[in-house]
Design a protein around this ligand. Structure first.
Ligand code: FAD
Ligand code: UDP
Length: 386
């Protein structure tokens, strides 16, 4: 009998498997319906020998020393600061919008103080910032909003920014200096040998059994286990009883080109042209040299395909709350991760959420065994009584 069945071998499932097996001595079965571990962070060496990300570019960044220290037990790191350019009116400009972006776009020569005044003159005053449009126009005005954000967001989400919660475009800051890094987090690294190697290290423990190509529905009720950790879509767990929660998907087109380098940075965004949102060139992430080929990925947003992004809209938050009420009523099923808690979380946030979940499970198990010792009651009796 397994102590835990873990559904999904992404960050949420794998971190919990490691903690429960390694720290708490539990027997764990982790399953994934895909043919690999790592969830959406899975990477592999393609035919050109380049390490590519099957589900689009995954750049690790965090301000959490705890998350960084935890993952550092399973990987070495390669320092990497992410930079993104975006194509507007035939120019390649830094995004997040910064001093260089504005000066190059409008052919100006502002300094930081001048740019602050410029933004003050074009920003739209908003009493309340509710939507993703409000966020951007209140900072940089309508022209920059339309050139850099409106088209990209419509393509990425299938909704206008005015129809999306402010949290979506709030991920992208506005800068008045020339800092062109995509993130400013304290820790910015890529796993030296890739994510999949890191996941292998997380999961290589005698108490962890892995079953790939296995859907939860195929083994539910067949393999005995005491508790479940579930990191798939929460609406699927409950057979969509309140209706489907929307998740935005992407189609990835991977290509290898006979050139040493395609673009000057890892990611180039296309807010206003093409059906794809961005092109990623992986050699920038890995620092791989010694090949005259390069591998790239185009991302085409769609509603069909694997669920990737919860869609931050008020009606979806409301629907999620109904599923959460059902989830909270199941003491032996724990919902963790981006799909199961319907949160637009980055990798580090999912790791933090999994570590917090582990601490809760651990405290509960300490509590139940203490109560058991004191009262001579079984765990099941304690749970039934509490
Ligand atoms: P997942 O990685 O989705 O893992 C869930 C797993 O559960 C999947 O492998 C799935 O196959 C499995 N599963 C689902 N249902 C079942 C079932 N019924 N039976 C069996 N298995 C099941 N984050 C960053 O920090 N930096 C980035 O640069 C970044 N870039 C991203 C780019 C893209 C294109 C996307 C889509 C996401 C990006 N993220 C990034 C977010 C990152 O992917 C997530 O935060 C992280 O992977 C979530 O981990 P998870 O374990 O919650 O979910
Ligand atoms: N965004 C945009 N233009 C850009 C970059 C981002 O409009 O050039 C918006 C878009 O809505 C996107 C959101 O900001 O979904 C968050 O961007 P991020 O790069 O964090 O998206 P992710 O990497 O999660 O897809």
């Amino acid at each position: 009998m397994f102590d835990y069945l873990i559904v999904g071998a992404g960050f949420a499932g794998s971190v919990l498997a490691e903690r429960l097996a390694n720290e708490a001595g539990k027997k764990v079965l982790i399953i994934d319906k895909r043919n690999h571990i790592g969830g959406n962070a899975y990477d592999y060496f393609d035919d050109a020998g380049i390490l590519v990300h099957k589900y689009g570019p995954h750049i690790f960044h965090t301000n959490s020393s705890e998350v960084f220290a935890y993952l550092s037990k399973f990987t070495q790191w390669r320092p990497y600061e992410h930079r993104v350019l975006t194509t507007v009116e035939g120019k390649l400009l830094p995004i997040p919008i910064n001093l260089t972006t504005v000066n190059t776009l409008y052919d100006l020569n502002l300094d930081s103080a001048g740019l602050e005044k410029f933004f003050d003159s074009i920003r739209e005053e908003k009493q309340y910032i509710r939507t993703s449009e409000d966020v951007v126009v209140s900072q940089v005005g309508r022209d920059l909003y339309e050139k850099f954000f409106r088209g990209y967001t419509r393509k990425q989400w299938g909704f206008d920014p005015s129809e999306l919660d402010k949290s979506v475009t709030s991920r992208i800051p506005t800068r008045t200096n020339a800092d062109d890094r995509y993130f400013t987090d304290e820790y910015q690294f890529m796993p030296l040998h890739g994510y999949t190697r890191m996941f292998n290290n997380l999961l290589s423990h005698p108490n962890i059994h892995i079953m790939l190509n296995t859907d939860f529905g195929d083994i539910e009720g067949i393999i005995p286990y005491k508790e479940i950790i579930y990191s798939g879509p929460v609406d699927e767990y409950f057979d969509y009883c309140y209706g489907k929660l929307p998740y935005r998907s992407l189609q990835f087109k991977h290509e290898t080109l006979d050139v040493a380098q395609l673009q000057s940075v890892a990611v180039v965004n296309y807010p206003n042209d093409h059906a794809y949102t961005r092109i990623t060139e992986y050699k920038h992430l890995t620092g791989q040299t010694g090949t005259n080929k390069t591998s790239i990925t185009y991302e085409f947003p769609s509603w069909d395909g694997d669920p990737y992004y919860p869609v931050p809209r008020p009606e979806n938050a409301e629907l999620y709350q109904k599923y959460k009420t059902l989830a909270d009523a199941l003491p032996n099923v724990h919902f963790v991760g981006r799909l199961a808690t319907y949160r637009y979380y980055n990798m580090d946030q999912v790791v933090a959420q999994a570590l917090t979940t582990y601490n809760k499970l651990n405290q509960r198990s300490v509590l139940t065994s203490t109560v058991k010792q004191k009262n001579g009651k079984s765990t099941a009796q304690y749970r039934a009584a509490s």
